[in-house]
Design a protein around this ligand. Sequence first.
Ligand SMILES: [Zn+2]
Length: 110
Amino acid sequence: MVFTQHFCAACGSEHIRRNGSAGGHAKYQCKACGHQARFTPVAVAKAAQYAQVDELLSERNSQRSIARVTGVSRVTIASRIKKSAGGPACAAPLTLQKGAEKGVGGARTG
Ligand SMILES: [Zn+2]
């Protein structure tokens, strides 16, 4: 189950309500401060969050500190590191298991 929590962009309050729509996007009004705006689509918000993660990674921050600052899961950060580092050049894994295959046919009865 995925819950999307929306917050007021002006004051950060979660007491917001839908207030019509503009350009096909729902608008909201904050009950705390009266601020009105359109909801930021989830994809855009995520892209901005991941851009911040990539910036912090380029500054060689630790995964846990980035997770703390951005709120992105450490596992997600680790997978982003893997994707950015493991491009097509590193796609072929080393296979050093030739010796292990010899022992398979050894125990034969009859
Ligand atoms: Zn507000």
